[in-house]
Design a protein around this ligand. Structure first.
Ligand code: SF4
Ligand code: FE
Length: 491
């Protein structure tokens, strides 16, 4: 069943998910003004699946249940699927100008699918069978699933079992005949509160002594012992201001991260997909990270499209769109943005089948993709801010713009004064000029900067993680040989 956005939102109301924000428990988190934009964002992934012109991108035929499913629950069966995934993410970035969150689940499904298969082959376990059963459920119910990897990690110089506090990496604290008990946390989890289920993976490669930390499982969001503490964003309390609209920049959509705490949660065996197979922890991490690094060549490009559009608009509204340096900057932004898209498509085109039969992206190219994403969006934002001008961060508030308080010599209100002095080209009203400036502020350094700027740097792994993968995949030795052959070096 393909849910609509409204059905998705209603389905969240049935969950008893425990959410804390500003030191308080939030019972109606679905309608909370700071949380709702992130829910609206995920709702778009449901609504677009019903629009005929997007069906090819947004849905796919599931071989597991023999029905058309939302692509966010799909197992990639060829390189076409991998490319469509990136295109779908670009589309959603364009429609929301935010992180729409649902990709972490999709990327986790595909990494689990191949890794559990290989674990079973080696150990005769039944993880793959369990995982496929879980996935069928996800596809039938059209659930959003939070793929959770990143542990708090404590002292970064120490392995999980060496930490002073053993809970700093999520671990198994008890094994029972019918399941396991887990304790720990997952930090900055994208789209965790508004997910129906969570799919937990280990965060790094593990050694034998870290056995209890090599664990993967699924659980519902409202399972006993699980709670989440909402992560705040820059300027987030603007969403609590009465009647806030212009000052939000993006009133409808936003991303979401939280600290997810597992306070001794029982997981029945049927939802355990790894327990102690330490040598597969690294495999699962690399595959998930690879898929998510591919993802950034789609989602960030879609958001980049909106930023370029907003920059061109503010140039019009400022009356400078004919200046040659403005045209150059827009060309540069487009070049940077499309470079990221090239990388997203390239690692998809070069994808290959796994033993389990699903498709994995090219690891080297996916890591190159993400390393570019750690840089180019900063250049794009830099150019956007340059085109926008300083008024983007010094402008009076929406309340001033709407104020009826008389302050002027001839009876002008604060609103009249703001309207007069913030006017630009006759092409735009002051209000529209303010709207596009606030949008750029939001995406460059406000609440949405989490999803575009800092997430570009640290999401799907910080740049050093990509460098390590590039070093591993770069094959310098064979390149040395190429040079030797041509330079006539015989050793
Ligand atoms: Fe999806 Fe991009 Fe958000 Fe990751 S950062 S969940 S790929 S939108
Ligand atoms: Fe992300």
């Amino acid at each position: 069943m393909l849910m609509t956005g409204d059905q998705y939102i209603e389905s969240l109301r049935k969950l008893k998910t425990r959410v804390y924000l500003f030191g308080e428990k939030i019972d109606n988190w679905v309608d909370h003004p700071m949380i709702r934009p992130s829910i609206n964002c995920v709702a778009v992934t449901y609504d677009l699946a019903h629009e005929p012109q997007y069906q090819d991108l947004m849905t796919a035929e599931s071989e597991l249940i023999g029905e058309r499913v939302n692509r966010f629950g799909h197992i990639h069966k060829d390189t076409e699927d991998l490319k469509k995934k990136v295109k779908m993410q670009r589309l959603l970035g364009q429609k929301t100008a935010s992180c729409f969150q649902r990709c972490v689940g999709m990327d986790a499904f595909n990494a689990e699918f191949s890794t559990t298969y290989e674990m079973d082959k080696k150990y005769g376990t039944e993880y793959h069978k369990r995982f496929v059963e879980f996935l069928k459920q996800v596809q039938k119910e059209d659930w959003t699933v939070d793929g959770a990897m990143t542990d708090p990690k404590g002292d970064r110089g120490l392995s999980p079992s060496q930490q002073r506090d053993p809970d700093l990496f999520l671990r198994v604290t008890e094994r029972r005949p019918d399941g396991i008990v887990v304790r720990g946390a997952k930090a900055h989890q994208t789209g965790c509160i508004n997910s129906h289920w969570h799919l937990i993976m280990p965060t790094i490669s593990m050694k034998e002594e870290d056995k209890d930390y090599a664990v993967s499982f699924a659980c519902p969001s409202d399972v006993e012992g699980l709670y989440m503490i909402y992560g705040r964003q820059s300027c987030d309390t603007r969403k609590l201001e009465k009647g806030a609209d212009i000052d939000l920049g993006n009133r409808q959509f936003g991303g979401q991260e939280a600290l997810v705490v597992f306070d001794d949660v029982f997981i029945p065996n049927e939802y355990v997909f790894m327990d102690g197979e330490t040598e597969f922890a690294g495999v699962l991490v690399e595959r998930f990270a690879g898929y998510h690094r591919q993802s950034y060549g789609g989602c960030k490009v879609g958001v980049g499209d909106v930023i370029i559009g907003a920059s061109a608009l503010i140039a019009d509204y400022n009356g400078v769109s004919k200046a040659s340096h403005i045209k150059d900057k827009l060309i540069e932004m487009t070049h940077l943005n499309e470079t990221l898209y090239c990388c997203g498509l390239a690692c998809s085109t070069e994808g290959y089948p796994t033993e389990a039969g699903n498709y994995q992206i090219d690891m080297l190219l996916a890591n190159v993709c993400k390393l570019n994403v750690t840089r180019l969006p900063y250049d794009i934002v830099h150019l956007a801010e340059e085109i926008a001008g300083g008024i983007m961060v010094t402008m009076p508030s929406e309340q001033d713009f709407r104020s009826k308080m008389v302050v002027g010599r001839s009876g002008e209100t604060i609103g009249d004064i703001v309207n007069k002095y913030l006017a630009g080209s006759p092409l735009a009203t002051t209000e529209n000029r303010m709207r596009v400036l606030r949008f750029l502020e939001n995406i460059c350094l406000g609440a949405s900067a989490v999803g575009y700027r800092t997430e570009s740097l640290h999401g799907a792994g910080s740049p050093q993680a990509q460098r390590i993968m590039i070093a591993r995949q770069g094959n310098i030795e064979s390149k040395k040989q190429l040079a030797k052959d041509i330079a006539g070096i015989k050793e």
